[in-house]
Design a protein. Structure first.
Length: 444
């Protein structure tokens, strides 16, 4: 439930301000009074959980101008205009411009309170609807970014949703190609920093003689050739997210400087003594066991613990085989759009074959396979029945393919399989025995 913080009341006449403040206090409604609309305007935003009541004829900024400025910020914010001039034309203009209501002085205290209460209810409903739409949009976006129905992936999405709402630093672990950067971008996209920079750095890809300047920036004359000041990557990410890929490849001496940046939240350019506040979230990723690196002295223990506030473990494709058919289909659709190709139907036999492969390169390797499939560079032989076979042989081969694919997509669950195929449990058992299909071959 959205809680209304305040009602902003603007009028340049002190007796009216005092009377309205007393009326709203007696009605148990929060109110803050202003003599100048410009002061009240500073508190208005799309997230402002309140309404505005303003006089029309005021010095500096009149009520109609104030209304227009508010509606530029949030056209759904209720604004109630008050005037003592009985100007019908002005009332019509105000309502046409987007005013919630128009009240003429002298007004009844009860009437003003009633109008304010209705406006507050409208504001509450508007903000709650926005929150619901935002939650649905973010959920849909997350499921597109991190695709899958296995329990591991569902748990990962739930953890991403939970941690995205915080500013906690994160360590993402997983094998090559599992999608560690995708998970980091998902956290950023669902966070309050989504409209700020996401800066990805591959720690092992920056030349050692340039790494400090690249990360921290420098001032003019900081070193030979520094003819102009430069922003570093850290400074470019201010108020956003910094993704440190392959953190284990960062030189040990630079790890100490990174530790100070994470702890203090500020950096100093090379050649300068002036600190620069960052207000960033750090997300680091690794494909190795950092605890093992710490034990061998290749990674700082204090840095490991400060980055490992929250840990996201990304499973390999081999650990979530039932997601492979759906994921390959999504990647093939994306490739078709990217290469401007008509989407080609994917044979069930191919999906079954893909789900049984190990995919050591994980999602990255699967994406390459999807690209080649869409471009027609890879040809897959159908395991469906031979054209010259009998009708019985063709039907049997097709039936085996369908059952195999269903078993893969259901993770070997017999109940889910026979319900998905809409056949009886006994019928499934008989068909599996006939085709030599074993449940344990398809379990996660």
């Amino acid at each position: 439930m959205t809680v209304l913080r305040d009602i902003l009341f603007v009028d340049d006449e002190e007796p009216i301000r005092n009377a309205v403040a007393q009326t709203f206090d007696l009605a148990d409604l929060p109110i803050t009074c202003f003599t100048d609309a410009r002061e009240a305007l500073r508190l208005v935003s799309r997230s402002f959980a309140g309404i505005v009541i303003t006089d029309v004829r005021m010095p500096n900024m009149g009520g109609l101008t104030f209304l227009n400025e508010i509606l530029k910020i949030d056209f759904e914010l209720p604004v109630i205009l008050v005037t003592g001039h009985g100007d019908v034309k002005m009332a019509v203009e105000a309502m046409a411009a987007g005013a919630y209501d128009f009240i003429e002085k002298p007004f009844s205290a009860d009437h003003l309170v009633q109008v304010a209460r209705r406006a507050m209810e409208k504001r509450t409903m508007t903000l709650e609807n926005r929150e619901l739409r935002s939650a649905v949009t973010k959920r849909d976006r997350l499921e597109t970014m991190i695709t899958g129905r296995t329990q591991r992936i569902q748990d990962l999405r739930n953890k991403v949703r939970a941690v995205a709402a915080t500013d906690a630093d994160i360590l993402v672990t997983g094998d090559t190609g599992t999608g560690k950067e995708v998970a980091a971008r998902a956290v950023h996209a669902l966070s309050d920093r989504a409209d700020r920079p996401f800066v990805a750095l591959t720690c092992g890809a920056i030349p050692s003689d340039m790494i400090e300047s690249e990360l921290f920036g420098h001032e003019v004359g900081a070193f030979a050739g520094a003819t102009r000041a430069r922003y570093g990557k850290f400074e470019h990410a201010r108020n956003g997210t910094i993704f440190l890929d392959e953190i284990e490849t960062m030189p040990i001496d630079l790890q100490l400087r990174l530790l100070r940046v994470v702890q203090e939240g500020r950096i100093t350019r090379l050649g300068s003594n002036d600190p620069i506040e960052l207000n960033v979230r750090f997300i680091a990723s690794t494909k190795v066991d950092l605890e093992e690196e710490v034990r061998h002295g290749r990674f700082r223990e204090d840095l490991y613990y400060i980055l490992n506030v929250v840990r996201l473990d990304i499973p390999t494709l081999a650990e979530r085989r039932e997601d492979i058919p759906r994921l390959f289909t999504q990647l093939a659709n994306e490739a078709a759009r990217r290469y401007r190709r008509d989407f080609v139907d994917i044979p069930q036999s191919l999906l079954a074959e893909l789900a049984q492969s190990d995919w050591p390169g994980n999602v990255r390797e699967l994406r390459n396979a999807a690209d080649r499939f869409v471009m027609g560079l890879d040809t897959y032989e159908e395991t469906s029945p031979d054209e010259a076979g009998s009708l019985y042989e063709r039907v049997a081969a097709y039936e085996k393919q369908v059952i195999t694919t269903e078993l893969i997509s259901r993770g070997g669950s017999l109940k889910a399989t026979y319900e998905g195929l809409r056949i009886s449990r006994k019928s499934l058992y008989e068909k599996m025995q006939r085709y030599g299909l074993k449940r344990e071959d398809y379990k996660d």
